[in-house]
Design a protein around this ligand. Sequence first.
Ligand code: FAD
Length: 431
Amino acid sequence: MKSLHLTSDVAVIGAGPVGCITALAFAHSGYSVVLLEAHPKNDKRFAGEWLHPPAIKILQHFGVWSNLQALEHSTGLGFVVFPDDGTEPIKLNYPDELIGFSCEHNKIVSTLRNTAAAHPNIQLILSAKVTHIEGQNLTFLDIKHQQTQTISVECIVGADGRSSFARKTLNISNNYSLVSYMAGVLLEDVELPFERFGHVFLGGPGPALTYRIGARQIRVCLDVPIDSQKKASYLWDAYSQVLPKSLLPAFRQALQNDKVVWAANQFSSRTHYGRDGLALVGDATGHFHPMTATGMTTGFLDGESLVHSRSFKAYRRERKLHTYVPEMLATTLHEVFSRDDDSAVAIRKAIYQMWRQNPTYCVSTMRLLSGAETNLLFFGKSFISGVALAMAYVIKDSASKRQWQHGTKVLQSFGQWMRSPAVSLVHRAFH
Ligand SMILES: Cc1cc2nc3c(=O)[nH]c(=O)nc-3n(C[C@H](O)[C@H](O)[C@H](O)COP(=O)(O)OP(=O)(O)OC[C@H]3O[C@@H](n4cnc5c(N)ncnc54)[C@H](O)[C@@H]3O)c2cc1C
C-alpha cells in the first residue's frame, strides 16, 4: 500500500466501474485522489457487461482501453432484435462504424481498479469502508487492520452504488421500486446467429438479451417478472420457445448445472446529485432497468462531467438534463417489450415497421440507445412518431373488424404511455 496523503484533494467512495473512472478523470486533471473500496471481492456479482461507444471513448481517453482489450472479450457492432411476431430479425448497427465492448463484469472492474491504482495521482485503498461523513471530513474503517482514519478533502464523491452510504448521509431516501429480476445464464461453446451483435429475443415474459463475453462464453440475460418463480425450470418453460434452437442444448445444460445468477432490476429516478463538496455519480444518483445496457456509460459520463463542471450546481444541471432520456428510454422499452396488452402490441408493431422502412430511425434508435444522443426533443420526436403509428394501426384494425368500442378503449390506454414520461419529467424538474 502506498503511504496515505491526508492532504488529498478528492476522496472517491467506491471503486466500482464509475468510481474508478471518476478517480481517473480527477487524476488526469491534476488532482490527488483517494479511492476507497469496502468490498474488494464484490466485483464477482452479476452486473454490467456491455459498454457502448461513448463509454469506450472515455476509456480510451483515460488509458484503460488497451488494458481492457488484453482481456478475453468481444466487440459489438450493434444489436439484432428478434420480433415476437415471428418476422425476420432486425439489425441495428452502431452508426459511423463505432463499436461496443462486452466482457465479464468482474474483469472490467479489476482492470479499471488496476489502471486507477497505477496512476501516480491515485491512491486506491482496498477493504476501506466509509463509515462517517461530516462536512468535508470523511472517516473510513480499514477492515483488515480494524483501524479508523479520518481525512479532510475538498471534494467527496459518492460512487458507492445503489445502497449508497453517501446518499444516506445527505438524508436522501433510497426509495426505489423493484421492476423485475434478471437471470444470468452462461452458455459455453455455442455460436450466436449474428456474431459480434447483442441479440434481443422477444416473445417471452420479458426480453432476453444475449451477447458474447469471451471466446467460448455467451451470456444470456433473462428478464423475469416479479411474480414469477425464480427457478431454472421456470426459465426453461418461459424462454426455450424464444431462444434459437442452436442455443437450446447449451441452455438446458447450464440450467441443469445450476449456472444461473440472479440480480434485481430496480428503478430509482436520477434526481439527486448531492451537494456542494459531496457529489453523487453512477448508480448512487439513481438507476434503471438494464434493458439498454447504459448504466456504466451514463455513470462514466457523470464522472467526466463532474470534473469538467465549473461548480456543483453546473454539474447537477448538466446531468439532470442529459440523463432523463437514457432513463426514460430504458423504462419505456422494457415496458413495450414485456407488456402484452393491445397498446403495447401495437407500439411494438409500429417500432418494427419504422426500423424496417426507415434507416434514419435505426440510426436515431442506436444514437439514443448508446447514450450518444440525450436531447429531449430528439427522443420525444421518435417516441411520439412510434405512438402515433401504433394508434393508426389500432384505428385501422378496429375499422376493418368493426370493433369500435374495443378500439376506443385501446386508444384511451395510449394516454398512459405519454403520461409516465411527462410525470417523470416534472418530478425531475422540481427536485
Ligand atoms: C443484471 C444487470 C445487468 C446490467 N447490465 C449492464 C450492461 O450491460 N451495461 C451497463 O452499462 N450497465 C449494466 N448494468 C448496470 C451497471 O451494472 C451499473 O450501472 C454499474 O455497475 C454502476 O456502477 P457504480 O460504480 O456506480 O456502482 P457499483 O458497481 O455498485 O459500485 C459501487 C462500489 O462501491 C463500493 N461501496 C459501497 N459502499 C461503500 C462504502 N461505504 N465504502 C467504500 N466502498 C463502498 C461497493 O463495494 C462497490 O464496489 C446492469 C445491471 C444489472 C443489475
